[in-house]
Design a protein around this ligand. Structure first.
Ligand code: IPD
Ligand code: CA
Ligand code: CA
Length: 257
């Protein structure tokens, strides 16, 4: 598949460029009216690099990016980009962030990659044909009990979620084996896909820009659902999201929090 090979090549080039820009020095800007919401010049430069590469190779396809400058799709294909997922980590030299490139056909993720240039780990998938970490096939863990599960929990900063966040964290501390927060939702999804953790819970998350990670999670046997256990659609609007290795863990989480 032309798109899949393009993703694998372009995502590595983008990762290399990202590391180069990081070495040269970067600056942090405020993204909107919340001073805690940040972006760097590297996010913007990597965004531009990926958009130009897609335009050149697939001039008739649409593009959606978390950082804007996209193109509306006039055919079945829509590319999704998050140039740096985990900008807060990147900005503090915490080596846990990723470049995300995915492609949807008729709104279904068909291929995608999530690349951490620091660890040189490339998670990728091609719908119906497999999911890989570098060249090895991966799949979700078989754990079904919360008491054995490692959960990544991100309540988010929204005021209306703070009470739920506090109560849920307390409940997870009492029921899950381990509860932590790694601050890169695309890598979180890939970690469930690779069996490194069992689930992620987000109080608020936009899923469209990380469609590649969601494709990887699903292809590895995982689930993405809302609190009504509905398989959620990819959305540019933030929503409450559960990503799990199986239905039992999903049910336990939804019952408890
Ligand atoms: C963020 C990360 C984080 C999630 C936030 C996202 P960004 O993406 O994915 O894990 O909790 O909601 O905004 O801003 O670093 O691309
Ligand atoms: Ca981003
Ligand atoms: Ca993101």
């Amino acid at each position: 598949m032309k798109e899949y090979n393009f993703i694998k090549k372009t995502i590595k080039e983008a990762g290399k460029l990202l590391l180069q820009k990081r070495e040269e020095g970067f600056f942090i800007m405020q993204k909107n009216d919340d001073p805690r919401n940040i972006i760097t010049n590297v996010d913007k430069e990597i965004n531009k690099f990926i958009i130009n590469a897609i335009k050149k190779e697939f001039p008739s396809h649409g593009i959606y990016s978390e950082e804007g400058e996209g193109i509306k799709n006039t055919n079945d294909y829509l590319w999704t980009i998050d140039p740096i997922d985990g900008t807060a980590n990147f900005s503090r030299n915490i080596p846990h962030f990723a470049v995300c490139i995915g492609v949807l056909k008729k709104e279904v993720p068909v291929a995608g990659g999530v690349y951490n240039p620091i660890t040189d780990e490339l998670f990728s998938f091609k719908k119906g044909e497999g999911v890989f970490l570098n060249n090895k096939t991966i799949c979700v863990s078989k754990i079904t009990e919360l008491s054995k599960a490692h959960i990544l929990f991100h309540a988010g900063r929204k005021e209306n979620l703070r009470e739920w966040g506090g109560e849920s964290y307390k409940t997870l501390l009492g029921n899950a084996k381990k509860t932590s927060n790694l601050a890169s939702s695309s890598l979180d999804a890939c970690f469930v896909a690779a069996g490194r953790v069992e689930a992620n819970v987000y109080g608020t998350l936009s899923t469209l820009d990380i469609s590649s990670a969601i494709g990887i999670l699903k292809e590895a046997g995982g689930i993405i659902a809302n609190e009504d256990k509905e398989d959620i659609s990819l959305s540019s609007k933030p929503q409450k999201v559960f990503m799990t290795n199986n239905k039992k863990i999903l049910n336990s989480l939804i019952e408890l929090i």
